[in-house]
Write a protein that binds this ligand. Structure first.
Ligand SMILES: Nc1nc2c(ncn2[C@@H]2O[C@H](COP(=O)(O)OP(=O)(O)OP(=O)(O)O)[C@@H](O)[C@H]2O)c(=O)[nH]1
Ligand SMILES: [Mg+2]
Length: 419
């Protein structure tokens, strides 16, 4: 089964908690702080793998979590880092944030990697809070939670040449003639339901890749036929071949077909019409087809090329013509590094909403601070109050009209407000 999109959940490992411990040694009655830091959580890393052809695996498995960091221990021992979770995806996979639709990574070369959900940092142990004035702090941080999100995976086949045509035009017949690909061929429309790739060898033993995609019909952009979402596979093709049935076997005028195909492409993505292209008039072995070939040539000149995918007439020349065009195009540079689009941190440290008299405070930074604070420790609580005050929380609450005794809720914690 060929699956070209998936929606999955990823979560980086939580950081381990920091530890509160004190040195106990002979002759040292009041030992210093001795608690180690928690380990950082593992990342969820996506890797482009040549061996994978589709996103089918993600139909069954939808949750991917990296390992959590180990808690810090006494004697200043730091917790071990959580293990990364490496997820293999096919080359050509684009990773998008499901919420914002933002592209997070675009894996176009085998072996490329992108960290999509980072592990949380480990909480600091009490050794790290010692200062010259406060020599024996009895507080430690909890680990930071790992990043979590729903993401969308979209596979775009990486082929040099894309075949665009009505059903039955002979796209699959053509690809099976020029490559080792063996797609199903039949005299009914929509025989091809999933894209196929074929590797073509040229006369001087160079190769290029052709993608055969399902047929398009008028109204595909409105969902008619198989719709047009398959067109995203040709978005990365460098040349497009419009494959036309010059024999008009299905009764449509061939010149209309060509106009319809271009319109459907424009509805999907107008940029596709800027690509280099050739017009292929197929089925020349059928009587009457030659006339239509001449008609097309009158209109579109040297861009038109006649073939018979069945007899092989004109096919070798077409392959060489495609190859010449490919060679004349600038080669896209693949540096081997994934194109990772940076995320913007949200500027606002928090947001306040009032609901049924409760002041609900939300925001990634302040919520993380709550998770990382161990409220059982008096000193941690004090530090929490100092930090939120510095973030401007007290001021903001006052501006919203908070009074002593009102309830403030952050994540799963509730606080009574007092001045
Ligand atoms: N006479 C003749 N028939 C052809 C030629 N090329 C394809 N056909 C026939 O046309 C029919 C459709 O061919 P396919 O290759 O399956 O067409 P397709 O464009 O892949 O069609 P879809 O997958 O449905 O979009 C089959 O019966 C083929 O045998 C040709 O050059 N000459
Ligand atoms: Mg086909």
């Amino acid at each position: 089964m060929f699956i070209d999109h998936a929606k999955i959940y990823v979560k980086g490992g939580d950081g381990g908690n920091g530890c509160v411990a004190f040195r106990r040694e002979k002759y040292v009655p009041m030992g210093g702080p001795y608690g180690g830091d928690g380990g950082r959580g593992g990342n969820v890393v996506f890797v482009a793998d040549e061996g994978m052809g589709s996103l089918m695996d993600f139909q069954y498995r939808k949750h991917f979590k990296a390992g959590r960091g180990v808690h810090g221990m006494g004697k200043n021992q730091h917790g071990a880092w959580g293990e990364d979770f490496r997820v293999k995806v096919p080359v050509g996979t684009i990773i998008l944030d499901d919420d914002s639709g933002q592209v997070l990574a675009d894996l176009t070369v085998a072996g490329q990697e992108a960290t999509i959900a980072s592990g949380g940092r480990g909480g600091r142990g009490n050794s790290r809070f010692a200062t010259t004035v406060h020599k024996a702090p009895s507080m430690a941080e909890n680990g930071e939670p790992g990043e979590e999100k729903w993401i969308r995976l979209e596979l775009r086949l990486l082929a040099d040449v894309g075949l665009v045509g009505f059903p039955n035009a002979g796209k699959s017949t053509f690809i099976s003639r020029v490559s080792a690909a063996r797609p199903k061929i039949a005299d009914y429309p929509f025989t091809t339901l999933v894209p196929n790739l074929g590797v073509v060898m040229t006369r001087d033993k160079d190769t290029f890749v052709i993608a055969d995609i399902p047929g398009l019909i008028e109204g595909a952009h409105e969902g008619t036929g198989l719709g047009h979402h398959f067109l995203r596979h040709i978005e990365r093709n460098r040349i497009l071949l419009f494959v036309l049935d010059a024999a008009e076997v299905d009764g449509r005028p061939v010149t209309d077909d060509y106009v319809t195909l271009r319109n459907e492409l424009e509805f999907f993505n107008p940029e596709l019409l800027q690509r280099p292209y050739l017009i292929v008039a197929n089925k020349l072995d059928v009587p009457g087809a030659e006339e239509n070939l001449r008609l097309l040539q009158e209109k579109y000149g040297h861009l038109v090329h006649g073939i018979s995918a069945v007899t092989g007439q004109g096919v070798g020349e077409l392959v060489e013509k495609i190859y010449q065009i490919l060679r004349s195009l600038p080669v896209e540079e693949h540096t081997g590094e994934a194109r990772i689009i940076r995320r913007f941190e949200d500027e606002e440290p928090f947001k306040i909403e009032i609901m049924n008299g409760v002041y609900l405070v939300s925001g990634k930074r302040i919520e993380n601070l709550v998770t990382m604070t161990n409220f059982a420790q008096e000193e941690s609580l004090q530090r929490f109050q100092r930090t939120t005050a510095r973030m401007g929380l007290d001021e903001a609450l006052k501006q919203k009209g908070i009074k002593a005794g009102d309830t403030v809720r952050i994540k799963d914690m509730e606080f009574d407000y007092s001045d």
